[in-house]
Design a protein around this ligand. Sequence first.
Ligand SMILES: *[C@@H]1O[C@H](CO)[C@@H](O)[C@H](O)[C@H]1NC(C)=O
Ligand SMILES: *[C@@H]1O[C@H](CO)[C@@H](O)[C@H](O)[C@H]1NC(C)=O
Ligand SMILES: *[C@@H]1O[C@H](CO)[C@@H](O)[C@H](O)[C@H]1NC(C)=O
Ligand SMILES: [Fe+2]
Length: 505
Amino acid sequence: MILPSLSPVSLCSSSPLMLQVAMFESKRILLLAIQLLFASHVFLSIVREGNAGITSVFIRSEWPSTDIPLDHEVFAIPEGHNAPQQVHITQGDYDGRAVIISWVTADEPGSSKVQYGKSERRYDYTAEGIVTNYTFHKYNSGYIHHCLVNDLEHDTKYYYEVGSGESSRRFWFQTPPRIDPDSSYKFGIIGDLGQTYNSLSTLKHYIQSGAQTVLFVGDLSYADNYQYTDVGIRWDSWGRFIEQSAAYQPWIWAAGNHEIEYMPYMGEVVPFKSYLHRYATPYAASKSSDPLWYAIRRASAHIIVLSSYSPFVKYTPQWMWLREELKRVDREKTPWLIVLMHVPMYNSNEAHFMEGESMRLVFEEWFVQYKVDVVFAGHVHAYERSYRISNIHYNVSSGERYPVSDETAPVYITVGDGGNQEGLAGKFRDPQPDYSAFREASYGHSTLEIRNKTHAVYHWNRNDDGKKVSADSMILNNQYWASNRRRRKLKKQSLMTLVGQTSAY
Ligand SMILES: *[C@@H]1O[C@H](CO)[C@@H](O)[C@H](O)[C@H]1NC(C)=O
Ligand SMILES: *[C@@H]1O[C@H](CO)[C@@H](O)[C@H](O)[C@H]1NC(C)=O
Ligand SMILES: *[C@@H]1O[C@H](CO)[C@@H](O)[C@H](O)[C@H]1NC(C)=O
Ligand SMILES: [Fe+2]
């Protein structure tokens, strides 16, 4: 059963067999556990210590990290004069009875009207939106429309139409169930997507997953890797790229560093200019003063979106807002408390190592106190999941500085593996720190399927030769509703991370 010296390269060509290698340190790096996992789920593991995390040696980057050419069909401009393009929706209120529908018209402002209703092509309602435009160096944006559609019924399919005459376009979306502790709902989590063939693979796999809403953890188009007018052109192509999903279900936006676009060499110094014009958020509905941080409630989840690149230290608007928002969380109504941010607080990759420390120092204590279930981040172009740990006793005077096992703490998950042009972050720190449960440098996306107030099923799905393969999974026990007794019982099982098989955690 033990196959010596299997290299990642040979693994790529051996399809029925997946090998997971766990490595950790006792003076020297020791190969301690080899897990051979066959398609039949026959499973073998030898783990000496409870907290040994797993570093998967499976690395697959599939395609080169270059952007798809602009004349590719995924960027096709819809036919017709001034036809709406880049159609996308997001939640439009606090509780999921509204959507913001956005699109771009290229030739003239046109209409900002949305027609919608419960049957196809027979629209009982009309909503009127606004239109905006901006310049970026010598690039002139198209006419960007945002239209709030509210007073919707829960759990209902709506059809909508934008644009006029011959060039009008039709889509649909499903509203979420009403806020209820036992509402089931399936979220997808995507980060650092970009617009390469790997990004396309991630997007296709995400669509196959059957998830109902995307939680997007920042770094959208990577247009800022271009110069001059190409920046705006690559924002436009990205908008057309994601339309196949984003026109039909809400994408919940968090901003990343690639949205900042501080480019003084071309006279562009207003942070988030392209992003804020193009991607709306329902920030006012959660009493936020800024579109970069806000919260929504959807089905049985309360989702808090933070901005890693806006002031967050004590007394800043983001800090003041979060303090109040956490008090508004009602776990009796929304048992699941989820936080999104771009920069991970726990990361053991060489890429962006410790960049999240400043925010961790400010917010981690609240996350533990309010029993956050899971924190999703991106930024690092790889996948990583932590154990439940905290480091809130840090004291510059006493010298306390280590993360400790903490069942009241959230699980931290980094999903910066959408597939953008910068490629994978393949160099993990060695040895794997105690806080890191599973890590792998491959592209993919995650899903979080909330079953009821106590259980959610989580998967990370790797892009694997055009197939979507679940490579890390667990059952999340709700931090508020799972009883202490139940949690103690589960602890033993959680010590071993079962790869390719669902582990309790
Ligand atoms: C926006 O569009 C109007 C109407 O076409 C145009 O006059 C104006 O210059 C544009 N503004 C920017 C900032 O591009
Ligand atoms: C930090 O450690 C010092 C020295 O051990 C102690 O006096 C102080 O109370 C600690 N501060 C906090 C905030 O825990
Ligand atoms: C919640 O869902 C889990 C997993 O599907 C199931 O085992 C459990 O019985 C459910 N609990 C309730 C109260 O329905
Ligand atoms: Fe980033």
